[in-house]
Design a protein around this ligand. Structure first.
Ligand code: FAD
Length: 339
């Protein structure tokens, strides 16, 4: 266990917000994490569990304790001719896990290549990209209770996965530390190339095998998304809003070019990036905050933005989308702190 006091959080969030943390605790084993929650150490509330900090916007200095789970290995649990069950510890970098599965020919995670962050956050967020969500492969999640250090497994159903959503963001928010995630992957996978641009990119590379799909996803992402090492950001700042079919129909009459998809809920999912772009925000900058010029869903920190500056900027975007389209945008990024 490594304890740091009164440090800058700049290296701990991909937005690159420079605020202070009262205490950051790095736990190196699951045993250490359990001991921490069994009150063998005294720590100041509130608690924030932090992975790669790639989906977080810090608004103020954090006055409580930040816990960084930095443990875990990847294991093959069971294998037959068709399926393999693997598990990975919370502290493993997500893309390292995807790379490992692709190299071994295990299919299911390849469309989720290059998503920043760690394994522990994947079920919390139900990460998704190119028509695939991690919920489709997760069979169970091992956790430690923050209240007493006990172990609890959540089945896929108990995780109550939704679009960038799970039980860990709702009724169980802040109550469990995810320590290990179990995935069921395919030995002879069927590629999922439902997204037009992905199909095209894979075609350029040759046959649609796992390695080419991964390579294609990486190529597309690198051409469209800003690298947090170069310019601070947290990926899509807003979720794609889901509206009633009737409301989508009205919008379609007025804006025939609107980008939309059928949503499994029965509603219609609108492309938030398109709505934001139509309001004139793409590439706009106010002070140190801006909208990325290649992707209107991504807000960026041009260097010295505060979390509050990014937040206020995002509120202006929400207001203008509400005014023009009557559509409410919800944040995908978690705001930590008080406004
Ligand atoms: C350039 C870029 C592109 C992105 N593209 C995508 C994309 O295509 N699809 C997508 O879904 N997301 C995307 N994201 C968002 C982000 O990568 C994911 O949400 C990722 O899962 C966050 O992982 P993290 O470890 O950084 O989590 P953090 O940001 O550290 O934490 C996110 C939340 O999870 C909680 N948490 C983290 N670890 C644990 C744990 N072990 N136990 C319990 N709770 C925990 C935190 O408390 C917090 O509430 C992108 C981000 C960036 C910067």
């Amino acid at each position: 266990m490594r304890i740091q006091k009164n440090i800058s959080l700049k290296p701990y969030n991909t937005f690159g917000i420079d605020c202070q943390a009262h205490c950051v605790i790095h736990v190196k084993t699951e045993k250490e994490a359990r001991a921490f929650f069994m009150k063998e150490f005294s720590w100041k509330k509130p608690l924030l569990i932090l992975g790669g900090g790639s989906n977080i916007l810090f608004i103020n200095n954090f006055k409580g304790t930040i816990l960084c789970p930095e443990f875990g290995r990847i294991r093959i649990e069971k294998q037959n001719k068709e399926n393999v069950i693997i598990s990975a510890g919370a502290g493993i970098n997500w893309d390292k896990l995807v790379e490992w599965t692709v190299n071994l020919g295990f299919g299911g995670l390849e469309n989720l290549s290059l998503i920043p962050g760690n394994v522990g956050a994947a079920p919390v967020q139900n990460i998704g990209a190119y028509g695939v969500e991690v919920k489709d492969t997760i069979i169970k999640v091992r956790t430690i209770s923050v209240a007493d250090g006990s172990t609890r497994f959540f089945s896929n159903d108990e995780c109550k996965f939704g679009y960038r959503n799970s039980v860990f963001k709702n009724e169980e928010k802040g109550k469990y530390l995810v320590t290990r995630v179990y995935f069921s992957l395919k030995i002879n996978p069927e590629p999922y190339l439902g997204y037009g641009s992905l199909k095209e990119e894979v075609k350029k590379l040759g046959v649609p095998n796992l390695k080419n799909i991964r390579k294609a996803v990486i190529n597309i992402r690198q051409s469209k998304l800003p690298d947090p090492e170069v310019i601070g950001n947290a990926g899509s700042f807003f979720k794609n809003p889901v509206v009633r079919k009737s409301a989508a129909g009205e919008l379609l009459k007025k804006y025939p070019q609107i980008i939309y998809y059928d949503d499994p809920s029965g509603g219609t999912k609108l492309a938030a990036g398109w709505l934001i772009e139509q309001c004139g925000w793409k590439g706009k900058r106010i002070g140190n905050a801006g909208v990325y010029d290649k992707q209107a869903l991504v807000l960026v920190n041009y260097g010295k933005a505060t979390g509050k500056e990014i937040f206020d900027f995002s509120e202006e975007i929400r207001k203008s989308v509400r005014r023009k389209f009557g559509v409410e945008l919800d944040r995908e990024v978690e705001v930590v702190g008080t406004i």
